[in-house]
Design a protein around this ligand. Structure first.
Ligand SMILES: CCCCCCCCCCC/C=C/C(=O)SCCNC(=O)CCNC(=O)[C@H](O)C(C)(C)COP(=O)(O)OP(=O)(O)OC[C@H]1O[C@@H](n2cnc3c(N)ncnc32)[C@H](O)[C@@H]1OP(=O)(O)O
Ligand SMILES: NC(=O)C1=CN([C@@H]2O[C@H](COP(=O)(O)OP(=O)(O)OC[C@H]3O[C@@H](n4cnc5c(N)ncnc54)[C@H](OP(=O)(O)O)[C@@H]3O)[C@@H](O)[C@H]2O)C=CC1
Length: 291
């Protein structure tokens, strides 16, 4: 896919890296499956043979994906759910169980944040982002893992985080939440290994998924400078790594984070908010006053 739209026909035609039929008979839940990376992941998983359940807050987005799947004859359950609502998560899992049985795969992809300087973030905004990206992700993984453990069987979890190794200027709340998810992933990977549960994270850099439209124009124009490839990522490529992590191909991999950021962890410059003048090329060192 050279253009970065998450367009249905492009998702049909984009080449698959994994073997067709690899996920035959598996059921996967994809949170945030109505848009962007989650939608691309739902497509990859279905093209590999999985039955897919998608959730998100906005029913219209889910229904559009459901219609596309129905038109292709792919089994799908679209169930609105806010991942911050534990009772809602139980209803989602009950609906999946009634339609497909216990899931085999959880793709914890739902998330997001708003860009704001760290000193400006209001307590309510901080809590909203932590609740979404840390607590929501945790509630999903715990609820699914409990059902696997109670059912005496294992499963695979893929948590979509964000490349945060050098911090994430302009989205401090999300940086904290994603680091928390990566650590609880390492922890749960050990605790739940005896139950046959594998769990890994995929940390994307900037991916042109449509989700980036929430950022200011000036920030978006600079996003391709965030890595040495000087490019934003493609949702299809991210979706294929998700499927790779969800498949038995990676059965010896657990508790790790794969970063897919075009090398941004090594070099690049990313500000999701306007960069302070202190960091501009024209700023004179002599202007720095150290108390
Ligand atoms: C050099 C380092 C290199 C590192 C490279 C790192 C590269 C990775 C970069 C990662 C970039 C990430 C991209 C993406 O994630 S794309 C996907 C984007 N999609 C979204 O973000 C959409 C989802 N977001 C949301 O739904 C919301 O932002 C939210 C998470 C907050 C949840 O919404 P909710 O409906 O619960 O919350 P509210 O809207 O009611 O708001 C609650 C309070 O939050 C504050 N708030 C919300 N929006 C803003 C805003 N735009 N500006 C400031 N504050 C905001 C506010 O306090 C709200 O309360 P009030 O409304 O009462 O004021
Ligand atoms: N695109 C990028 O550059 C990067 C993205 N990411 C992360 O990747 C994931 C996918 O993002 P992307 O596809 O790009 O953007 P999108 O905004 O398209 O996807 C976010 C999805 O999460 C869902 N979602 C958000 N909050 C909730 C909630 N409380 N409960 C249930 N669903 C929710 C949204 O659906 P709805 O609004 O209907 O609830 C939406 O489908 C997110 O976690 C994002 O933060 C990380 C790094 C970079």
């Amino acid at each position: 896919m050279s253009a970065r739209t998450v367009d249905d026909l492009r998702l049909d035609d984009a080449p698959l890296a994994l073997a067709s039929g690899l996920l035959d008979g598996r059921t996967a839940i994809v949170s945030g499956g109505g848009s962007g990376i989650g939608k691309a992941a739902a497509w990859v998983l279905a093209r590999l043979g999985a039955r897919v359940a998608i959730c998100g807050r906005n029913p219209e987005r889910l229904e559009a994906v459901q219609s596309a799947f129905d038109a292709r004859g792919w089994p799908i359950l679209a169930h609105p759910c806010d991942i911050r609502d534990e009772a809602g998560i139980e209803r989602l899992l009950d609906a999946v169980a009634a339609r497909f049985g216990l899931p085999d795969i959880l793709i914890n992809n739902a998330g997001g944040q708003f860009a704001q300087g760290a000193s400006q973030i209001a307590p309510k905004g901080w809590r909203a982002v932590i609740e979404t990206n840390l607590t929501g992700c945790w509630l999903m993984m715990q609820a699914v893992a409990r059902r696997w453990i109670d059912g005496g069987r294992g499963g695979v979890i893929v948590n979509v985080t964000a490349a945060n190794g050098r911090g994430m200027p302009g989205i401090a709340h999300s940086a904290a939440a994603r680091a928390g998810v990566e650590n609880v992933t390492r922890t749960a990977a050990v605790e739940w290994a005896p139950h046959g549960i594998r769990i890994n994270c995929l940390a994307p850099g900037l991916v042109d998924s449509g989700g980036l439209s929430v950022y200011p124009e000036a920030a978006r124009a600079a996003f391709a400078r965030a890595n040495p490839q000087r490019a934003t990522g493609d949702p299809w490529d991210i979706a294929q790594i998700i499927a790779f992590l969800a498949s038995d191909t990676t059965r010896f991999l657990t508790g790790t984070t794969i970063t897919a950021d075009g090398g941004g962890a090594l070099w690049g410059d990313l500000w999701t908010i306007e960069r302070p003048v202190y960091f501009s090329d024209s700023f004179q060192k002599a202007e720095i006053h150290v108390a």
